[in-house]
Design a protein around this ligand. Sequence first.
Ligand code: ADP
Ligand code: MG
Length: 351
Amino acid sequence: MSAIELRSLTKVYPGGVTALDSLDLVVPDGEFFALLGPSGCGKTTLLRTIAGLETATSGAVVLGGRDVTGVQPGARDLAMVFQDYALFPHMDVTDNIGYPLRIKKVAKATRGAKAREVGDRLGLGHLMDRRPGQLSGGQQQRVALARVMATQAQAFLFDEPLSNLDARLRLEARTFLKKLQRELGVTTVFVTHDQAEALAMADRMAVMEAGHIRQIGTPAEVFQRPANTFVASFIGSTPMNLLDGHVRGDTLEVAGHPVAVPSSAAGLLTDGEKIVYGVRPEYMSYSADPVDGAFAGKVAIVENLGASHLVTLELGSALVQALVPEGREPAPGHTGYALPRADRSLAYRDG
Ligand code: ADP
Ligand code: MG
């Protein structure tokens, strides 16, 4: 088990695409680290470069204090799980799990015993003689995990391993994988484009955009204080309200309303400055009666999310959304008031 360190890592593909742009990252020993970003931002390239399947254009990959930048993938002692699991269709579960040990020239009997031990642990004990084509998607995913566990690698690299599972299985696999990583304590980099998955699973996470890391922090830090409007709009199950505004004396004017300056921006803004005001629908309290400092508007849309409703208020051309607990939701057409929490609202200069 080892820390993973990337120093000014750059990857330019032939043809000129810069997939990683001078990226620095330290994942401490034993951490579950999630790498989140939209399609094409460089997540797979980052994992493959750590694994040695891609050669870095410049910069260094350091594993457990050892510079492995020029080292062959097989000698890096890492285990990677791909989106499609990459199981061998002609091998049974035992041989699939034991395959990396075969590469390491471990004797057949030892391989079989290890495969059974890990298979049992992952609830595959009764399926050891089946081939991948005779397994469900969730079972195949467990075989891929078991194969990784059997290798006793220094670190695990996961490239969107849950994205081929249906919604319910994905939730189960998420909990299961997280628990397993806790027990094994192996340093893990988990790539996903699903923000909920990153928030739920990670000890710490990074948000990537176009070859750059835009923010690193705990899920709570990234959720509560996104570093810029890109991160703000990427994180959250309901989109964050991002509204143009400007500083007017001691308050902000946002969508024509006077709003308290966010605590995090207190003393940092100058009079007249243009800003983008951000607050999550979760951090708005909704009322049918007028409230000081609240956004007032016509209720345009009410979306049922189960235990809560997402209420969209129309304020001229701007839209403001608030999450309202079940039973307190208004009917469309009424006037509603949404009061932002000053300690959970943000003011950005990068809009
Ligand atoms: P992600 O996994 O976040 O979707 P990738 O790492 O696959 O992103 O890709 C990052 C960028 O590098 C994209 O613009 C992609 O088109 C480009 N890219 C990926 N692989 C190659 C390759 N083998 N040759 C050229 N460009 C590539
Ligand atoms: Mg990818």
